[in-house]
Ligand binder design. Structure first.
Ligand code: SAM
Ligand code: SF4
Length: 465
């Protein structure tokens, strides 16, 4: 269990005995009330407390969990929703993940790694729709340049322009690397390094990952340690829900977070909650071994919101518009929109998508809907560009100071979107959203935000605090 070369005790990351005990715990009603009061003080919950929430099934109890999550979400994140789009640069892959269309044994798809020119074109299309934040995604095999291919791709994305606009934050979802290669990602200015363990349940993991480097569970589990060691202080973790019992996975996520906090003084910046979607060449993708019902999915999002109130929660276009709208109220803070999951997809290249999407709407349609639901779409990238990441971010976030930055920045970046890219219908609803957002701001913040919005209207771009 003890790996000398990277000096990690795996039971400290995922303590199965502790998780099993928590799973079997039978809570009492008074415990639930105490925990929800703790959540209202915006405190982190322990694994034991999370298990009480997961083991609460009565209608009244579940309703209280959802309502408290909504309250916490509003306290910390207000009504902002950060928007991004994935950018798939390659579907080459040496792994045989049984749930993914890009698995190496799927011979029915054409393999494609975009050239730098094609990556530039993809980014230009994304910019023209109004995106400012991109998540770069690739399978686990790069063209002959190796990791340099990815590094060049990052530079290409940052170099793309549409008038005065550019991609201001690029996050990556890439296979685990060695510390030296993580350092290279940092040098090339990535925002978040994102990696999903898929399932924390080791035996299940072994059954689902048949070939290639990804079949090494421990190497993947320790990737975040290596990223932190390389100086990347902004990481995202996640689980692919549907592969194993979702209650086990939630507790394992908490176990992983507790371990990172203990070792590095900080946990992940975000948690992603993808659910398994149908994928070509995969049987289990269409018939998940542990399907998560919509009701359990929403409850789980609410529980994560309560468990780690300051950690961003990301929901992708795997989910339908309906589920996404409901999830906003329960604690989701970031969503992808207008997404394609095939390399070249934004330029209509005919290549196979990684999995089917539940939400096919354009960015403009999603933005319209987000406004209709009373939320403010945000394209803000200020924290990362102002160095408010890792421990610095937490110093801002915990006393509630982050709102003083996020609220103005959301309104300013949304005004940029309305000026440059919105359809008339979205512009009309968006102006109302901004007016309401300004009215809700405290006086000093309002003054700064109104001035900044005026500057945006007269052509200035990229203003933030
Ligand atoms: N290849 C790298 C890896 O696997 O870590 C990074 C990119 S991979 C394309 C991104 C994520 O897609 C995986 O971590 C997995 O959770 C998700 N994924 C794969 N197949 C999926 C499916 N059928 N439905 C939903 N998500 C899926
Ligand atoms: Fe490759 Fe990632 Fe798909 Fe696995 S999930 S087959 S590693 S692209």
């Amino acid at each position: 269990m003890f790996n000398k070369s990277i000096n990690i005790n795996f039971t400290m990351i995922i303590n199965n005995e502790k998780i099993q005990n928590a799973l079997n715990y039978k809570p009492t009603h008074s415990e639930l009330e105490e925990i929800l009061s703790k959540s209202k003080r915006l405190e982190r919950l322990s694994m034991q407390e999370v298990s009480v929430l997961l083991n609460t099934y009565d209608d009244g109890g579940v309703k209280s969990i959802l309502q408290t999550a909504n309250w916490v979400k509003n306290e910390i994140y207000g009504n902002r929703l950060v928007i991004f789009a994935p950018l798939y640069i390659s579907n080459l892959c040496n792994n045989d993940c049984t749930y993914c269309a890009f698995r190496c044994t799927n011979t029915n798809i054409e393999r494609k790694a975009l050239s730098q020119e094609e990556i530039l074109k993809e980014t230009e299309v994304l910019l023209k729709t109004g995106q400012k934040r991109v998540l770069l995604v690739a399978g686990e095999s790069y063209p002959k340049e190796g990791i340099d291919y990815v590094l060049k791709a990052i530079d290409t994305v940052y170099a793309a322009r549409d008038g005065k606009n550019n991609i201001r934050r690029l996050n990556v979802n890439l296979a685990p690397l060695e510390v030296e290669d993580f350092k290279k990602l940092k040098k090339h200015d990535i925002g978040t390094y994102q990696l999903f363990q898929e399932t924390y349940h080791k035996e299940t993991y072994a059954k689902l990952h048949l070939k290639g480097p990804k079949s090494n569970y421990d190497y993947r589990l320790t990737a975040i340690d290596r990223a932190f060691e390389a100086g990347l202080d902004d990481v995202g973790i996640g689980v692919l829900f549907g592969l194993y019992d979702h209650k086990y996975e939630v507790l394992a996520l908490i176990s992983h977070i507790e371990y990172l906090e203990e070792k590095f003084g900080m946990g992940p910046h975000t948690i992603s909650v993808p659910r398994l979607e149908p994928a070509t060449g995969s049987e289990i993708a269409s018939t998940p071994p542990y399907p998560v019902s919509d009701e359990d999915f929403k409850k789980m999002i609410a529980i994560l919101r309560l468990a780690v109130p300051y950690t961003g929660l990301i929901l992708s276009t795997r989910e339908t518009a309906e589920i996404r709208s409901e999830a906003f109220d329960l604690g989701i803070s970031q969503i992808s929109a207008g997404s394609k999951t095939n390399p070249g997809g934004y330029n209509d290249v005919d290549s196979m998508e990684q999995f089917s999407l539940g939400d096919h709407r354009s960015l403009d349609d999603v933005i319209y809907d987000v406004c209709l639901h009373g939320y403010i779409p945000s394209f803000c990238t200020s924290c990362y560009r102002s160095g408010r990441t890792g421990l610095d971010f937490m110093e801002y976030a915990k006393p509630g100071d982050i709102k003083k930055k996020c609220s103005p920045n959301a309104l300013i970046t949304f005004q940029e979107y309305l000026e440059d890219y919105a359809s008339p219908k979205t512009k009309a609803i968006g102006e109302k959203t901004i007016a309401k957002g300004l009215a809700d701001l405290p006086e000093k913040m309002k003054e700064f935000t109104i001035k900044s919005i005026q500057k945006i209207k007269s052509g200035e771009r990229d203003i933030f605090c």
